[in-house]
Design a protein around this ligand. Structure first.
Ligand SMILES: NC(=O)c1ccc[n+]([C@@H]2O[C@H](COP(=O)([O-])OP(=O)(O)OC[C@H]3O[C@@H](n4cnc5c(N)ncnc54)[C@H](OP(=O)(O)O)[C@@H]3O)[C@@H](O)[C@H]2O)c1
Length: 251
């Protein structure tokens, strides 16, 4: 499988996914908020299969779309063009960055449920949100490799999830379908399947701030099997705290 992948948001995560995609033979169209000309350096680094465009143009050219923007930017997405498209939601909600959003705080909506409501007709699939971009870049492996990592996906549209599973396979990952958009809280921020499964064991004694710095700058990637991700998703509760998420010694 190959095709054209649109990136709405071409920063850390969007850039990492774009690199995996071009390496896998996909064509990518990058977009951001400031305009295609600001993506010239990234396009050049990705080679002939990459171009930049406005978000609207990128969506129009695409088979699949990845949305990797700060959460509040969901309000500015080209909803009309995204109707009918498979939209992969890599967004995470951080109240410190995004402000308190009552429906997310209460658990009434998942992050992807919020996105789906803003994008009527889009076929939203949650994926890529639970892994740090550096680890995403380091972990692709050919199909069947014993150390291939598994990424969780969730969505309401079965055929969209099948397409995303094929994309992940192309990019070097197994996909694990853990349910609907309503279930997607299980891979959200601070849940056991969030970030920690994909890096080496954390040093003892880090507080959360130190842990976050270590994860983003230093931690080496480590593959997580389907069994491990499945168990972590199943162990999630609404009460799971970030401190529990940091403790990966159980696995
Ligand atoms: N960092 C990670 O390892 C990681 C991992 C998984 C998921 N995530 C989540 O993925 C999202 C992006 O994170 P990131 O670290 O990649 O952020 P980032 O490096 O700051 O990149 C954000 C990108 O979104 C673009 N953007 C912002 N507003 C936009 C809009 N209205 N329309 C189109 N593009 C817009 C930015 O473009 P401009 O610069 O032109 O504004 C930039 O290209 C966040 O929700 C984050 O929580 C991050």
């Amino acid at each position: 499988m190959s095709g054209t992948l649109a990136l709405i948001g071409s920063g850390n995560v969007g850039g990492a996914i774009a690199k995996l995609a071009v390496d896998a033979g996909w064509t990518v169209v990058l977009s951001n908020s400031r305009g295609p000309e600001t993506l010239a350096e990234l396009v050049a680094s990705l080679g002939d299969r990459a171009t930049a465009a406005t978000a609207e143009e990128a969506v129009a050219k695409s088979d699949l779309v990845v949305v990797s923007v700060p959460l509040l930017a969901y309000r500015n997405l080209p909803a009309d063009q995204l109707a009918g498209k498979i939209v992969i939601d890599a967004i995470n909600y951080y109240p410190q960055r995004d402000g308190d959003i009552a429906e997310l705080e209460s658990g009434e909506l998942t992050e992807s449920g919020l996105l789906q409501r803003a994008l009527p007709g889009a076929r939203v699939v949650k994926a890529f949100n639970n892994i740090v971009f550096r680890h995403l870049a380091d972990l692709p492996r050919p199909s069947g490799s014993p150390d291939r990592a598994t990424l969780p996906i969730a969505g309401d549209d079965e055929s969209a999830k099948a397409e995303v599973t094929r994309l992940l396979d192309d990019l070097g990952f197994d996909a694990l379908d853990y349910g609907t958009l309503a279930d997607s809280w299980r891979s959200e921020r601070d849940m056991p399947a969030y970030v920690a499964p994909y890096h080496e064991p954390a040093p003892e004694g880090l507080d959360l701030q130190e842990y976050a710095g270590w994860v983003y700058l230093t931690a080496a990637a480590a593959p997580a099997s389907a069994e491990k991700i499945s168990a972590l998703l199943a162990s999630a509760t609404r009460e799971t705290t970030a401190h529990e998420a940091v403790d990966i010694s159980r696995f």
